[in-house]
Design a protein around this ligand. Structure first.
Ligand SMILES: Cc1cc2nc3c(=O)[nH]c(=O)nc-3n(C[C@H](O)[C@H](O)[C@H](O)COP(=O)(O)O)c2cc1C
Length: 200
């Protein structure tokens, strides 16, 4: 069973992810990097929201956010997450889960510096996930940040950074007519992956 998955799709699910992601970059206009991120909060309740993939390598799948947001609080309590990519144009889905670590200050600074000025100001102005009186309150905080950093580089706020999901399970789904879909999963044991088919 493992053998026929490995023969057709390879023995490294990260490479298979990159192959499908490259296809999605051509066909999925908005947005091949969008992924659902599921977490569990301190009460044990699940939460899911979209985030953007900003790096995928042998270490895992990285996204950036406000480190005081609901998702960040959940991840601090339960450092384990699930991701879901659904590329409609390809009729493909990839589900990934595993432990989560924070990205380094160096990585955070590098990615923050690459963002547009407006999104850097937004990172200062948004008290993400907290109640906000109205939209103009947020706009005023953006204007305040704009004034504060006028003519200057905008540094990364302490409360802004990334998380990396280190996959220990990666499941691949390919849509087929009449709902006779293909589905197979790779699981990591030490450093090696094994794979098996799942009924769809
Ligand atoms: C397509 C899409 C991409 C998004 N990407 C991000 C992201 O990379 N980081 C982020 O903090 N929020 C992102 N958001 C907003 C989140 O979905 C969410 O509203 C926000 O992070 C607050 O979530 P939380 O309260 O669960 O922490 C994105 C939303 C959409 C629809």
């Amino acid at each position: 069973m493992v053998d026929n998955i490995f023969k057709e799709y390879g023995n490294n699910p990260a490479l298979l992810f990159h192959k499908w992601h490259a296809e999605a970059e051509k066909s999925e206009i908005n947005d091949p990097n969008a992924m659902a991120l599921a977490t569990v909060d301190k009460e044990g309740r699940p939460g899911v929201r979209m985030v953007l993939l900003k790096g995928a390598d042998e270490n895992g799948f990285t996204f950036y956010t406000n480190l005081e947001s609901a998702k960040a609080e959940a991840l601090q309590k339960h450092p384990y997450a699930a991701l879901n990519f659904h590329w409609k144009s390809l009729e493909k889905q990839i589900r990934i889960s595993g432990p989560v670590v924070k990205t380094t200050d160096e990585e955070n600074d590098k990615y923050f510096a690459s963002r547009s000025r407006a999104s850097r100001l937004g990172a200062w102005a948004s008290n993400q996930s907290r109640p906000c009186e109205d939209y103009s309150t947020f706009e005023k905080l953006v204007a305040k940040a704009e004034k504060k950093f006028a003519g200057q580089q905008i540094p990364r706020p302490e409360h802004w950074g990334g998380f990396r999901v280190m996959p220990e399970r990666m499941e691949f789904w390919i849509g087929h007519p009449d709902r006779l879909h293909k589905r197979f999963v790779y699981t990591k044991q030490d450093k090696d992956w094994t794979a098996h088919w799942l009924f769809p």
